[in-house]
Design a protein around this ligand. Sequence first.
Ligand code: MEV
Length: 451
Amino acid sequence: MKNVQPIKGFSKLTKQAKLAWLVNHYSQKPEQTLGMLGGYWHKDAEVQQLHDEFIENTISNYYLPFGVAPNFLINGKLYALPMAIEESSVVAAAAKAANFWMDRGGFRTRIISTQKVGHVHFIWSGSEAEKLKEFFAASKNAFFEKSEDITRNMVLRGGGVSDIILVDKTDLEPGYFQLQATFETCDSMGANFINSCLERFAKTLQEELAETTMLADEERHVQIVMSILSNYTPECLVRAEVSCAIEDINEGSGISNSEFADKFCRAIRIAEIEPYRAVTHNKGIMNGIDAVVLATGNDFRAIEACGHAFAARTGSYRSLSHAEVVNNRFVFSLEIPLSLGTVGGITNLHPMVKFAHEILGNPGARELMEIVAVAGLAQNFSAVRSLITSGIQKGHMKMHLLNILNQLEATDSEKEQVVEYFKDHVVSYSEAVRVFCQVRGIQQDQSINQA
Ligand code: MEV
């Protein structure tokens, strides 16, 4: 590691200067690193500029594989799901679940609600909350009227501010109140719209307080702590479900249909009562969700944070999915809050994101919520199905084999021979190395024999 001094005004440097500073200070092989970073630039300068301008200090692009999982039958309509993800087995697992359920009627979904929420968090030092409530009730219209310039377009599109309420939080923190606003943001995720409205509400609160005669002078002051949307959107909820007769649930995995259904439901039950398992279980759901969310240019951090908070809404962290047998039918479902957009953000800018939306038939936000929930349910089904039958490693390592071979710098012909061998053998890292060495005709080197 070189001795690096802090740098001032980095963001103001040209891209070339930033690159030069970076490789000279942080790379052992500056020329080679420059070449590598340049190799990831887009050949079309305009497209590269788009990427440069998404964030500050862009020096290159970061590729993830963009895959597609076809044959998703959702509410009778066939989709191919775009997925951006690095984990070897995710797209294969999604495609497998899609095929499985396509033959059993496909996925059904339902939008439960689409409401977003945000808060003005403030401190009021008056002693009688009732007086603040009366003031708010009398001035409530002003909050709507004074934000009309911001809300006009959204209202024309069928959305806007649904309601604003005053919430007394003084039992948690002295003087702490909130203006809690709920929003419909149509096809946009709505973060900028919501935050702009909230900042206006904060200003309006101060203006209305300054003018009111309902409160004494010392009660007409508030400290606005912050105005911000909440990424916790339990009222922006979607449900996805699959079901089939018990006798159709299992195909050739060596256990009976009823044992499969029993083990599957038990596995889900364990994830409902056991947080260690619940986290891994929900991570599997997020494998599918994040991949489609990322491919469609949505905010996967918000989706993750919200999903996990929702999973913990009862006070303990639980599975987001549920399985049961009802009247001899296996029913598997997922309910998850998904605040997504199909307009705004980078959805109309990033060429791959635009293509992802095109593959999906340019859905609105509600339809995208349904598709993404299905991706989560499908992924969860494949993972749990493997876990309770063959075990997860068989499929996972098979998909990971090419990564191992690439790490070993295998040639195409070596890859072909090793892959051929593993068609009927179980893959492990050490076995892959052993077979690779055999194919290459070299002694197994201890230094590469580590997982
Ligand atoms: C791996 O990325 C995801 C799984 O661990 C999910 C699960 O255990 O359900 C396979």
